[in-house]
Design a protein around this ligand. Structure first.
Ligand code: ADP
Ligand code: MG
Length: 712
């Protein structure tokens, strides 16, 4: 080994041990703080180093009270003019502070006696906080403060202050202090010899460069332009984004390589059985479906495991494609597992598979939270000894107790609802063979969310692609119209007319609050209102607070037409199939993003009858919402909608929150940094080829624990 690289290796090893030091080893970090830190996933020095501020405040100068602006973060200084404790709803400590230019009030709703005794009339105090509107002057609630001697003031900050994501009981000050000590420590022990200027795209290959960027972002010098930082366009941010995106690419691409290097049992097509399957369908497959079936079949018959994403707009008929390909695997005496995001969908799949595979007499079992106790034990046993060949369920499928007999194909429906992690766990369940020669199941991932190419490249770089770009014949485009809430009566009239013609309707309530309980409550109110307004019709209700069984019951009754109008929260978003439901009303449609609206709308227009979507809006539409409604009215094409959505709202919405939540980028932002993606991919290929150690290092640094996609 050359002397220089040996040295580097030594340094790296040393650095790695330091990075893995526990935060609890720092003086002043006891068990209580350690637990708080753990709550936000901070255990090691490395975690702290990569825990980046989400914004900054400027505490490098004192603002005169007369120059304060509403809602500004500011440092003020002055004398305590008066102190008092008032007892209204809450016991409150109030101080008035004045400099020579004006006065403000500071309030504490929680305070100790020792704190109270610090506030003495005439004392000199420096505060930092937000200037809120008060009765007679600005007010600061629970500002950070220190009492000082007027002629012996502490120095002000020289760098912008980072504001970190934190948790209750762990103050910014404490967290900032911990991170600062970690930085001081790491930077002391780190040689700067390897740090090159930040202007080269190849910089990513420089092992220590990112530390400098991280250090900078934890404490930007006071002359740094805050607005540049806030718009995430600072070169230091770009460098780190690039490194992070590269880490993901390295991980996904090596995952792909690993998978491709394994073998799977080749399973061949059997045309006779395929003929029986097709004859048993009451429709003819579209040419897009046939094409995708062939792409999948080729994968399955090869010795390399399949790892494929099927994209197809809502209603394009992905399920039957999945069933057709399952047949090929089943005929080779291997098991098939199908994972769906909801119980409703799993049950729907079970019924479809039962019907479509009926000529072949396979045992199809459901595994979801609905299947309990003895029955569940029995299903486990049947899966383990191979009596069950098709297993359909929710994420229950990859829980520890489930042992597959010989898994040949894993199908994951509505992939965007699951994380990368979940799909890999299920895949790993099917591993077979020795360590050197793994035989792994084929994997088919399906999604109805059309994903623009750039995004697909980054989020699914490990997968091959198939697209079902055609709807079954006879589908009529869904006619979308936009109504103000004021015209509710007109909408209700429309619904009644449509139901009289033998059709059904969804009425979707949306709320801003992220709470199921809230949404459920609102849906209840709306359903009783609608029942009053349409007394002759049967109004049903489904929401996230119902038990799994209750939800299935409601859906059953809707399918049987016991229910004419189904009031629903967004739980119906995915995959529910009721051909006679031809109208969907979406209340407060302005609150939803394009992709979500499109997914919802896809619940209608599933048969050959004309279908309608009515978007209702609550208050005056903003420019952006107006634009969204316009796009919805103009097109039914999911890909067009996805492109627009990416432009308007960013990647999170397209991939679904779970997906990005799971990817959990620390700094990269798929829409702001989209232009870095091709570079990240290029870098990744080069790293895998020439510098795998470095690849492993950035994966370790950037990817959340346990999310490294290595199958080794
Ligand atoms: P998605 O792609 O949204 O999952 P589904 O698989 O649920 O769509 O299919 C939607 C509906 O279209 C189902 O009722 C299904 O039986 C039906 N379908 C699928 N393929 C065809 C086809 N080629 N012709 C007619 N109907 C079809
Ligand atoms: Mg589907």
């Amino acid at each position: 080994m050359k002397e220089k690289s040996k040295n580097n290796l030594l340094k790296m090893t040393k650095k790695n041990t330091e990075l893995n030091s526990l935060l609890s080893s720092l003086p002043g970090v006891g068990p209580k703080i350690t637990q708080k830190l753990r709550n936000i996933n901070l255990s090691t020095f490395k975690d702290a180093l990569f825990h980046l501020p989400y914004r900054y405040v400027d505490r490098t100068k004192v603002t005169k009270i007369c120059n304060l602006n509403l809602n500004d973060y500011a440092v003020i200084e002055g004398e305590i003019e008066s102190v008092g404790v008032v007892f209204s709803k809450r016991r409150t400590l109030i101080c008035r502070i004045s400099d020579n230019y004006g006065s403000v009030i500071i309030r504490f709703y929680k305070f100790s006696n020792s704190q109270k005794s610090q506030f003495i009339k005439g004392a000199y105090i420096r505060c930092f906080g937000i200037a809120h509107r008060g009765k007679s002057s600005f007010e600061f609630y629970h500002p950070e403060y220190s009492i000082m001697e007027k002629n012996n003031l502490k120095p002000l900050d020289t760098t912008l202050s980072p504001i970190y994501p934190t948790t209750i009981g762990l103050s910014q000050n404490k967290l900032r202090d911990i991170i600062k000590r970690v930085l001081d420590h790491l930077c002391q022990t780190q040689t700067n010899a390897n740090v090159k200027p930040f202007n080269s795209e190849k910089l990513i290959l420089n092992q220590f460069s990112s530390y400098e960027a991280l250090k900078f972002l934890h404490n930007p010098p006071s002359n740094t332009d805050l607005s540049v930082l806030e718009s995430r366009s600072h070169p230091m941010q770009k460098i780190l984004s690039l490194e992070e995106l590269t880490a993901y690419q390295v991980s996904l691409l090596s995952e792909r390589k690993t998978i491709k290097s394994h073998t799977s049992k080749p399973m061949f097509r059997d045309l006779k059985s395929e003929g029986i399957f097709l004859n048993n369908l009451n429709f003819k497959m579209t040419s897009a479906q046939t094409r995708v079936v062939k792409e999948i079949a080729d994968d399955i018959s090869s010795i390399n495991p399949m790892h494929r994403l099927v994209q197809g707009d809502v209603g394009s008929g992905k399920t039957v494609v999945a069933a057709f390909c399952s047949l090929q695997v089943l005929l080779s005496k291997k098991q098939v597992a199908i994972m769906a995001p909801t119980e409703i969908l799993a049950e729907q799949h079970r019924l479809n598979f039962l019907e479509w595979l009926s000529p072949f007499k396979y045992q199809i079992d459901l595994l979801s939270s609905k299947v309990k106790g003895k029955l569940r034990e029995k299903v486990y046993r049947k899966i383990e000894d191979g009596r069950t060949q098709v297993i359909i369920g929710t994420h229950a499928l990859f829980q520890e107790n489930v042992k597959y007999n010989s898994l040949g194909l894993v199908i994951i429906d509505e992939q965007h609802r699951f994380g990368v992690n979940q799909r890999l766990t299920l895949l790993k369940k099917g591993f077979n063979g020795t360590n050197n020669c793994k035989i792994i199941p084929n994997q088919l991932v399906m999604t109805a969310t059309p994903i623009p190419r750039t995004l697909a490249m980054s989020a699914y770089a490990d997968l091959d692609f198939s697209v079902i770009d055609e709807l079954p014949p006879g589908r009529q485009p869904i006619k979308t119209s936009v109504f103000s809430d004021q015209k509710r009566d007109e909408v209700i009239k429309k619904i009644q007319d449509i139901v009289i013609q033998g059709n059904q309707a969804y009425w979707v309530c949306t709320l801003i609050e992220e709470s199921d309980a809230f949404e459920a409550e609102a849906a209840k109110v709306i359903s009783s209102e609608l029942q009053l307004q349409m007394p002759a019709l049967s109004i049903g209700l489904i929401h996230g607070k119902l038990k799994a069984k209750e939800k299935l019951d409601v859906m059953d009754r809707f399918k049987r037409k016991d229910i004419n109008v189904l009031v629903a929260t967004t739980v119906i978003e995915v995959g529910v199939d009721v051909p006679d439901a031809t109208v969907m009303v979406i209340e407060n449609a302005e609150r939803l993003g394009l992709s979500q609206l499109h997914q919802l709308r896809g619940r209608v227009g599933r048969g050959s009858k004309p279908s309608y979507c009515i978007l209702m809006y609550g208050k005056k539409l903003s420019q952006l919402s107006r634009q969204r409604m316009e796009i919805m009215r103009e097109t039914n094409d999911g890909f067009k909608i996805a492109e627009k959505d990416l432009a308007m709202r960013g990647a999170g919405e397209i991939l679904g929150t779970r997906q990005t939540g799971d990817i959990g980028f620390k700094i990269a932002d798929l829409s702001a940094d989209a232009s870095l993606l091709p570079l990240a991919q290029q870098n990744a290929e080069e790293i895998i080829e020439n510098n795998p150690d470095y690849g492993q290092k950035i994966i370790n640094n950037w990817l959340p624990k346990g999310n490294e996609f290595s199958l080794a």
